[in-house]
Design a protein around this ligand. Structure first.
Ligand SMILES: Nc1ncnc2c1ncn2[C@@H]1O[C@H](COP(=O)(O)OP(=O)(O)OP(=O)(O)O)[C@@H](O)[C@H]1O
Length: 276
Protein backbone atom coordinates (compact mmCIF):
# COMPACT_ATOMS: atom_id res chain seq x y z
CA UNK A 1 0.00 0.00 0.00
CA UNK A 2 1.29 3.47 -0.88
CA UNK A 3 1.14 5.80 2.10
CA UNK A 4 2.83 8.91 3.43
CA UNK A 5 2.27 10.71 6.71
CA UNK A 6 1.68 14.07 4.99
CA UNK A 7 -1.21 12.61 2.98
CA UNK A 8 -2.76 11.03 6.05
CA UNK A 9 -2.61 14.26 8.06
CA UNK A 10 -4.09 16.67 5.50
CA UNK A 11 -7.58 17.98 6.30
CA UNK A 12 -9.33 16.73 3.24
CA UNK A 13 -12.87 18.00 2.92
CA UNK A 14 -13.35 20.16 -0.19
CA UNK A 15 -14.54 23.74 0.46
CA UNK A 16 -17.99 22.98 -0.87
CA UNK A 17 -18.40 20.06 1.53
CA UNK A 18 -17.01 22.11 4.42
CA UNK A 19 -19.55 24.85 3.84
CA UNK A 20 -22.58 22.52 3.86
CA UNK A 21 -25.37 23.95 6.02
CA UNK A 22 -27.19 20.63 6.28
CA UNK A 23 -26.98 18.89 9.65
CA UNK A 24 -27.60 15.57 7.89
CA UNK A 25 -24.57 16.16 5.66
CA UNK A 26 -22.37 17.40 8.48
CA UNK A 27 -23.12 14.17 10.32
CA UNK A 28 -22.21 12.18 7.19
CA UNK A 29 -18.94 14.05 6.69
CA UNK A 30 -18.05 13.49 10.33
CA UNK A 31 -18.64 9.76 9.91
CA UNK A 32 -16.87 9.63 6.54
CA UNK A 33 -13.70 11.20 7.89
CA UNK A 34 -13.52 8.60 10.66
CA UNK A 35 -14.59 5.77 8.41
CA UNK A 36 -11.82 6.62 5.95
CA UNK A 37 -9.19 5.48 8.44
CA UNK A 38 -10.84 2.14 9.17
CA UNK A 39 -10.15 -0.35 6.44
CA UNK A 40 -13.63 -1.91 6.19
CA UNK A 41 -15.83 -2.27 3.12
CA UNK A 42 -18.46 0.46 2.77
CA UNK A 43 -21.93 0.51 1.24
CA UNK A 44 -23.09 4.00 0.21
CA UNK A 45 -26.83 4.23 -0.34
CA UNK A 46 -28.35 7.13 -2.25
CA UNK A 47 -30.74 8.19 -4.96
CA UNK A 48 -29.42 8.70 -8.45
CA UNK A 49 -27.05 11.66 -8.71
CA UNK A 50 -26.96 12.28 -4.96
CA UNK A 51 -23.16 12.25 -4.78
CA UNK A 52 -22.23 8.72 -3.70
CA UNK A 53 -19.22 8.53 -6.01
CA UNK A 54 -17.96 11.89 -4.79
CA UNK A 55 -18.21 10.68 -1.19
CA UNK A 56 -16.33 7.50 -2.10
CA UNK A 57 -13.54 9.77 -3.39
CA UNK A 58 -13.56 11.68 -0.09
CA UNK A 59 -13.09 8.36 1.74
CA UNK A 60 -10.23 7.48 -0.59
CA UNK A 61 -8.47 10.84 -0.21
CA UNK A 62 -8.70 10.68 3.57
CA UNK A 63 -7.55 7.09 3.89
CA UNK A 64 -4.09 5.57 4.11
CA UNK A 65 -4.70 4.44 0.53
CA UNK A 66 -4.84 7.98 -0.85
CA UNK A 67 -1.87 7.54 -3.18
CA UNK A 68 -3.02 4.17 -4.51
CA UNK A 69 -5.60 3.91 -7.34
CA UNK A 70 -9.33 4.54 -7.08
CA UNK A 71 -10.86 2.29 -9.68
CA UNK A 72 -14.53 2.42 -10.68
CA UNK A 73 -16.47 -0.44 -12.21
CA UNK A 74 -20.06 0.31 -13.25
CA UNK A 75 -22.34 -2.67 -12.62
CA UNK A 76 -25.38 -1.17 -14.35
CA UNK A 77 -26.44 -3.20 -17.39
CA UNK A 78 -23.30 -5.31 -17.24
CA UNK A 79 -23.20 -8.33 -19.58
CA UNK A 80 -22.10 -11.73 -18.33
CA UNK A 81 -18.94 -11.84 -20.48
CA UNK A 82 -17.92 -8.37 -19.30
CA UNK A 83 -18.24 -9.29 -15.67
CA UNK A 84 -16.38 -12.56 -16.16
CA UNK A 85 -13.53 -10.79 -17.95
CA UNK A 86 -13.37 -8.18 -15.20
CA UNK A 87 -13.72 -10.33 -12.12
CA UNK A 88 -12.67 -13.84 -12.89
CA UNK A 89 -9.04 -14.62 -13.45
CA UNK A 90 -7.90 -14.94 -17.05
CA UNK A 91 -5.33 -17.60 -17.77
CA UNK A 92 -2.02 -16.19 -18.98
CA UNK A 93 1.31 -17.69 -19.90
CA UNK A 94 4.29 -15.80 -18.45
CA UNK A 95 7.93 -16.84 -18.01
CA UNK A 96 7.10 -20.41 -18.91
CA UNK A 97 4.30 -20.84 -16.43
CA UNK A 98 0.55 -20.44 -16.39
CA UNK A 99 -1.06 -18.00 -13.99
CA UNK A 100 -4.37 -16.22 -13.48
CA UNK A 101 -4.69 -12.51 -14.21
CA UNK A 102 -7.37 -10.63 -12.24
CA UNK A 103 -7.73 -7.49 -14.30
CA UNK A 104 -9.97 -5.49 -11.98
CA UNK A 105 -8.12 -6.34 -8.77
CA UNK A 106 -4.82 -5.46 -10.39
CA UNK A 107 -6.15 -2.05 -11.44
CA UNK A 108 -7.06 -1.27 -7.83
CA UNK A 109 -4.04 -2.74 -6.02
CA UNK A 110 -3.67 -1.17 -2.57
CA UNK A 111 -6.46 1.28 -3.35
CA UNK A 112 -10.23 1.38 -3.67
CA UNK A 113 -12.43 -0.72 -5.92
CA UNK A 114 -15.68 1.22 -6.32
CA UNK A 115 -18.52 -0.93 -7.59
CA UNK A 116 -21.02 1.63 -8.82
CA UNK A 117 -24.73 0.63 -8.84
CA UNK A 118 -23.92 -2.74 -7.28
CA UNK A 119 -27.54 -3.00 -6.10
CA UNK A 120 -28.70 -3.28 -9.72
CA UNK A 121 -27.12 -6.72 -10.13
CA UNK A 122 -29.11 -9.91 -9.65
CA UNK A 123 -28.52 -11.56 -6.23
CA UNK A 124 -26.68 -14.47 -7.84
CA UNK A 125 -24.34 -12.10 -9.71
CA UNK A 126 -23.71 -10.16 -6.50
CA UNK A 127 -22.61 -13.32 -4.73
CA UNK A 128 -20.60 -14.47 -7.70
CA UNK A 129 -18.71 -11.18 -7.82
CA UNK A 130 -17.97 -11.24 -4.10
CA UNK A 131 -16.83 -14.83 -4.38
CA UNK A 132 -14.42 -13.98 -7.21
CA UNK A 133 -13.19 -10.92 -5.28
CA UNK A 134 -12.38 -13.09 -2.24
CA UNK A 135 -10.74 -15.82 -4.33
CA UNK A 136 -8.76 -13.36 -6.42
CA UNK A 137 -7.54 -11.51 -3.32
CA UNK A 138 -6.49 -14.76 -1.69
CA UNK A 139 -4.46 -15.69 -4.74
CA UNK A 140 -2.92 -12.32 -5.54
CA UNK A 141 -2.41 -10.81 -2.13
CA UNK A 142 -1.84 -13.69 0.26
CA UNK A 143 1.66 -12.40 1.00
CA UNK A 144 0.65 -8.73 1.11
CA UNK A 145 -2.75 -8.24 2.68
CA UNK A 146 -2.45 -4.43 2.48
CA UNK A 147 -2.50 -4.63 -1.30
CA UNK A 148 -6.01 -6.08 -1.27
CA UNK A 149 -8.33 -3.37 -2.69
CA UNK A 150 -10.86 -1.91 -0.27
CA UNK A 151 -14.41 -2.35 -1.57
CA UNK A 152 -16.91 0.51 -1.72
CA UNK A 153 -20.29 -0.43 -3.16
CA UNK A 154 -22.95 2.05 -4.22
CA UNK A 155 -26.59 1.12 -3.75
CA UNK A 156 -29.56 2.80 -5.31
CA UNK A 157 -31.92 3.79 -2.49
CA UNK A 158 -35.00 2.13 -3.98
CA UNK A 159 -33.20 -1.16 -4.66
CA UNK A 160 -31.63 -1.03 -1.21
CA UNK A 161 -35.04 -1.11 0.46
CA UNK A 162 -36.04 -4.12 -1.65
CA UNK A 163 -32.78 -5.95 -0.93
CA UNK A 164 -33.21 -5.49 2.82
CA UNK A 165 -36.01 -8.06 2.84
CA UNK A 166 -34.14 -10.51 0.57
CA UNK A 167 -31.85 -13.26 1.87
CA UNK A 168 -28.98 -11.77 -0.19
CA UNK A 169 -28.73 -8.91 2.29
CA UNK A 170 -27.75 -11.20 5.16
CA UNK A 171 -25.25 -12.94 2.92
CA UNK A 172 -23.69 -9.61 1.94
CA UNK A 173 -23.44 -8.59 5.58
CA UNK A 174 -21.91 -11.97 6.44
CA UNK A 175 -19.37 -11.87 3.59
CA UNK A 176 -18.33 -8.24 3.87
CA UNK A 177 -19.27 -6.91 7.29
CA UNK A 178 -19.62 -3.44 5.71
CA UNK A 179 -20.40 -0.05 7.19
CA UNK A 180 -23.61 1.24 5.57
CA UNK A 181 -24.10 4.99 5.06
CA UNK A 182 -27.25 6.59 3.68
CA UNK A 183 -27.00 9.85 1.74
CA UNK A 184 -30.00 12.18 1.91
CA UNK A 185 -31.58 13.24 -1.39
CA UNK A 186 -31.13 16.91 -2.30
CA UNK A 187 -34.76 17.73 -1.36
CA UNK A 188 -33.88 16.79 2.25
CA UNK A 189 -30.89 19.13 2.33
CA UNK A 190 -32.37 22.15 0.57
CA UNK A 191 -30.29 24.51 2.69
CA UNK A 192 -27.31 23.47 0.50
CA UNK A 193 -28.99 24.37 -2.81
CA UNK A 194 -27.76 28.03 -2.90
CA UNK A 195 -24.22 26.94 -1.95
CA UNK A 196 -24.18 24.27 -4.63
CA UNK A 197 -25.52 26.69 -7.26
CA UNK A 198 -22.84 29.18 -6.33
CA UNK A 199 -20.23 26.43 -6.62
CA UNK A 200 -21.45 25.33 -10.07
CA UNK A 201 -21.56 28.94 -11.32
CA UNK A 202 -17.97 29.48 -10.14
CA UNK A 203 -16.96 26.23 -11.83
CA UNK A 204 -18.51 27.34 -15.14
CA UNK A 205 -16.86 30.78 -14.90
CA UNK A 206 -13.48 29.11 -14.37
CA UNK A 207 -13.90 26.68 -17.24
CA UNK A 208 -15.50 29.15 -19.69
CA UNK A 209 -13.88 32.62 -19.51
CA UNK A 210 -16.60 33.99 -21.86
CA UNK A 211 -19.10 33.31 -19.06
CA UNK A 212 -17.26 35.43 -16.48
CA UNK A 213 -20.41 37.52 -15.76
CA UNK A 214 -22.61 34.50 -15.09
CA UNK A 215 -25.04 34.82 -12.17
CA UNK A 216 -28.59 33.80 -11.29
CA UNK A 217 -31.71 35.89 -10.67
CA UNK A 218 -33.49 35.62 -7.32
CA UNK A 219 -36.65 34.26 -9.03
CA UNK A 220 -34.66 31.45 -10.63
CA UNK A 221 -32.89 30.77 -7.34
CA UNK A 222 -36.23 30.50 -5.49
CA UNK A 223 -37.55 28.13 -8.18
CA UNK A 224 -34.45 25.97 -7.72
CA UNK A 225 -35.01 25.99 -3.98
CA UNK A 226 -38.66 24.95 -4.37
CA UNK A 227 -38.08 22.22 -6.92
CA UNK A 228 -37.82 18.63 -5.62
CA UNK A 229 -34.80 17.49 -7.72
CA UNK A 230 -35.51 13.80 -8.41
CA UNK A 231 -32.10 13.60 -10.12
CA UNK A 232 -30.45 15.29 -7.14
CA UNK A 233 -27.11 17.15 -7.38
CA UNK A 234 -26.40 15.80 -10.86
CA UNK A 235 -29.70 17.28 -12.11
CA UNK A 236 -29.01 20.60 -10.37
CA UNK A 237 -25.55 20.75 -11.96
CA UNK A 238 -27.05 20.07 -15.41
CA UNK A 239 -29.80 22.65 -14.87
CA UNK A 240 -27.27 25.38 -14.04
CA UNK A 241 -25.18 24.47 -17.06
CA UNK A 242 -28.32 24.56 -19.22
CA UNK A 243 -29.18 27.98 -17.75
CA UNK A 244 -25.66 29.25 -18.37
CA UNK A 245 -25.87 28.39 -22.05
CA UNK A 246 -29.36 29.80 -22.60
CA UNK A 247 -28.49 33.03 -20.78
CA UNK A 248 -25.32 33.39 -22.89
CA UNK A 249 -23.26 33.52 -19.72
CA UNK A 250 -25.22 36.44 -18.22
CA UNK A 251 -28.06 36.21 -15.65
CA UNK A 252 -29.82 32.85 -15.45
CA UNK A 253 -33.55 33.66 -15.38
CA UNK A 254 -36.45 31.31 -14.68
CA UNK A 255 -37.06 30.73 -18.40
CA UNK A 256 -33.45 29.58 -18.87
CA UNK A 257 -33.91 26.64 -16.52
CA UNK A 258 -34.85 23.27 -18.07
CA UNK A 259 -38.49 22.89 -19.07
CA UNK A 260 -38.99 19.78 -16.89
CA UNK A 261 -38.53 21.94 -13.79
CA UNK A 262 -41.89 23.60 -14.38
CA UNK A 263 -43.44 20.34 -13.17
CA UNK A 264 -44.17 20.84 -9.49
CA UNK A 265 -43.47 18.07 -7.01
CA UNK A 266 -46.24 16.66 -4.81
CA UNK A 267 -44.32 18.20 -1.87
CA UNK A 268 -44.48 21.69 -3.38
CA UNK A 269 -48.16 21.34 -4.38
CA UNK A 270 -49.04 20.18 -0.89
CA UNK A 271 -47.07 23.05 0.65
CA UNK A 272 -48.84 25.60 -1.58
CA UNK A 273 -52.31 24.18 -0.84
CA UNK A 274 -51.88 24.34 2.88
CA UNK A 275 -50.76 27.95 2.71
CA UNK A 276 -53.97 29.04 0.90
N1 LIG B 1 -21.08 18.12 -2.62
C1 LIG B 1 -20.94 18.32 -3.93
N2 LIG B 1 -20.43 19.47 -4.38
C2 LIG B 1 -20.26 19.71 -5.70
N3 LIG B 1 -20.59 18.83 -6.66
C3 LIG B 1 -21.11 17.66 -6.27
C4 LIG B 1 -21.32 17.34 -4.89
N4 LIG B 1 -21.85 16.11 -4.82
C5 LIG B 1 -21.98 15.68 -6.09
N5 LIG B 1 -21.53 16.62 -6.96
C6 LIG B 1 -21.51 16.52 -8.43
O1 LIG B 1 -22.75 15.96 -8.85
C7 LIG B 1 -22.54 14.99 -9.87
C8 LIG B 1 -23.10 13.66 -9.39
O2 LIG B 1 -22.29 13.20 -8.31
P1 LIG B 1 -21.84 11.66 -8.19
O3 LIG B 1 -21.33 11.15 -9.52
O4 LIG B 1 -20.97 11.54 -7.02
O5 LIG B 1 -23.27 11.05 -7.90
P2 LIG B 1 -23.73 9.54 -7.86
O6 LIG B 1 -24.73 9.48 -6.79
O7 LIG B 1 -22.53 8.65 -7.76
O8 LIG B 1 -24.37 9.42 -9.29
P3 LIG B 1 -24.98 8.10 -10.01
O9 LIG B 1 -26.27 7.85 -9.29
O10 LIG B 1 -25.15 8.60 -11.42
O11 LIG B 1 -23.95 7.00 -9.85
C9 LIG B 1 -21.05 14.95 -10.14
O12 LIG B 1 -20.78 15.78 -11.25
C10 LIG B 1 -20.43 15.53 -8.88
O13 LIG B 1 -19.22 16.19 -9.13
Amino acid sequence: MVTTKSVIKKPLLNDIEKSSKSLLMQDIFYKILRLAKIDTPVILVGEIGSGTKRLAHVIHKNSDRALAPFHTFNCLGIREEEYKDAFWGQLQFDDNHLSLKYDLLEKAVGGILYLDQFSELSPSLMLNILDSYQKGCKQLFRHNKQAKPRLILSFNQESYHKILTHSIWEKLLGELNPVVLMLPPLRERKEDIPILIDHFIKEIKTNYPDYKDLNISSRALIECYDYHWPGNILQLKNAIFHGAILSHGQTIELEHLPFSMSWKSPYTIHKNNTSL
